[in-house]
Every structure is written in C-alpha cells, then in structure tokens.
Design a protein around this ligand. Structure first.
Ligand SMILES: *[C@@H]1O[C@H](CO)[C@@H](O)[C@H](O)[C@H]1NC(C)=O
Ligand SMILES: *[C@@H]1O[C@H](CO)[C@@H](O)[C@H](O)[C@H]1NC(C)=O
Length: 234
C-alpha cells in the first residue's frame, strides 16, 4: 500500500511544480493529497456519481473504483476510499453530496478532511491593478491583486473571470486553488494573453476570493471578497 502512495505523490509533485510557475503565493500544503484529490475529482466525480445513481450501484471501494478506466485514477480512487481505513460509506456519501454540483473541493473536504476545512474565514481585497489598462491585440494584460486575510481560511480558490465585449466570446476564467491562508497579506498575479481572435473593446473582470469553490453554495462555501477590473483592447 505504501508503494502506491509514494508513486502517487511523486507523480503529483511534478504536476504541482508546473502550477507554481504563475501563482505568486504558495499554499501551506507542500505535499499532501488535497490537490491530487481535487484534480482527480475534476475528471472523475461526475462518472462516480452516475455509477452510484445507477440501478445496481457498487457497495465496496474496489467495486466503485473499478468503474474508472484509467489505471492511475483508479489507484487514487482506492487510496481516497480506503484511507485512513477502508470506508466505502465515507467515499459514497462524499460522491453523493458533491456529485450534483460537481464540486471537487467539497468532495475532498468531505473525505476525512483530505482538504482542510476552516469555518469563519474572512478576507478583504486591498487593491487590484491591471497593466496596461489599454493595449493592442497581442498584449498580455497583467492583473495584480493584493488581499489581506483577516481570519484564517480553509480550502478555496482565487478566481478571475474575464468578460469580453460583445457576445461572440464567452466569459473565461483563471483560478488558483489554495489549501487555506493564514492571517496575513498576499499578492496574486494573473496574466491574460490577448490574441487577434479575441474581440477589441472594453473588457471587464471580477476577482473573487472564495472559501470552497467560487460560485457554488455547498456547506462552508462563500465569496469572502471581490473586486472588479477593466481594460481595453484596441
Ligand atoms: C489591507 O486592508 C486591511 C483592512 O482594511 C488592512 O488591515 C491591511 O493593513 C491592508 N493591507 C495592505 C497591504 O494594504
Ligand atoms: C470603453 O470605455 C471607455 C471609457 O471607459 C468609453 O469611453 C468607451 O466608449 C467604451 N467603449 C465601448 C465600445 O463601449
């Protein structure tokens, strides 16, 4: 069992370090199963939920996890279901709770707190800058957000949602996953690369600091702070 665990951790260290190229803050969780769990759930929570909603749902961890085709994801499924001890009911309850809203963070929080849960987190956004405020079609707009956590938070996201002018391109978003912030000030940076395929005109955006998944309302989830940005592409 410990051999599998090490293999999983090593594979995700490489993945995590590629994430670290852009976030300018680091979460406390150096190596743990929270982020691997969320990555697993992003792909597999919905199929697992469908399996458990079927006519003859499995009743064991191996029965549930064997419905996942990808061998590596299957191992993570077994790890999540069997730690700290084989506990299909914890896993099955988490899938049933978080499945309908496809809420990967809530799923991992429900699993013996694989992702940390902290109630009562609070934050304020001190400032939000975009540079440049106006640029051409190949500009990379840089957004910097300074925020202060006034009461420690649990697992959550810092999310930037950008709305282009007109209706030809849907809003798009960038998010930083985190496993909770201690009381302190932080800076987060986003880069929005423009391409000639994107429309010119006035763009707006919203930065949100969320407990849990931004925009969802499962227990413990809330938008702790929010601010808006705008920039123009000419
Ligand atoms: C941000 O705002 C909070 C609350 O107003 C304040 O306590 C904190 O000192 C500010 N931090 C910075 C870096 O400006
Ligand atoms: C974009 O915003 C500027 C000022 O913020 C305004 O003068 C201009 O009319 C806007 N352009 C469009 C196409 O809405």
């Amino acid at each position: 069992m410990s051999g599998i665990k090490i293999a999983i951790l090593v594979a995700f260290i490489a993945l995590a370090s590629s994430y670290e190229t852009s976030p300018s803050f680091s979460s406390d969780g150096a190596i743990d199963m929270c982020q691997p769990c969320v990555a697993f759930a992003d792909t597999n929570l919905q199929p697992l939920y469908q399996t458990l909603s079927g006519n003859t749902p499995p009743t064991t961890c191996s029965g549930l996890c064997s419905t996942i085709k990808d061998a590596f994801a299957q191992q993570i499924c077994l790890y999540l279901c069997q730690n700290p001890q084989p506990s299909p009911s914890t896993m099955f309850t988490a899938v049933k709770r978080a499945g309908p809203s496809q809420d990967s963070i809530y799923f991992c929080e429900s699993l013996n707190q694989i992702c940390p849960v902290v109630n009562g987190g609070a934050a304020v956004i001190n400032s939000t800058y975009v540079t440049p405020s106006t640029g051409g079609v190949n500009t990379v707009f840089k957004v910097q957000v300074i925020f202060t956590v006034t009461s420690a938070t649990g697992t959550g996201q810092v999310l930037l949602t950008v709305t282009p002018p007109g209706t030809s391109v849907k809003p798009f978003s960038y998010d930083y996953f985190n496993e909770g912030f201690a009381v302190d000030s932080y800076s987060a940076k986003f880069e929005i690369p423009m391409t000639p395929q994107l429309p010119t005109g006035n763009y707006t955006g919203i930065v949100q600091i969320c407990s849990g998944t931004c925009g969802l309302t499962n227990p413990g989830e809330a938008t702790l702070a929010q601010s808006s940005i705008k920039f123009t592409v000419r």
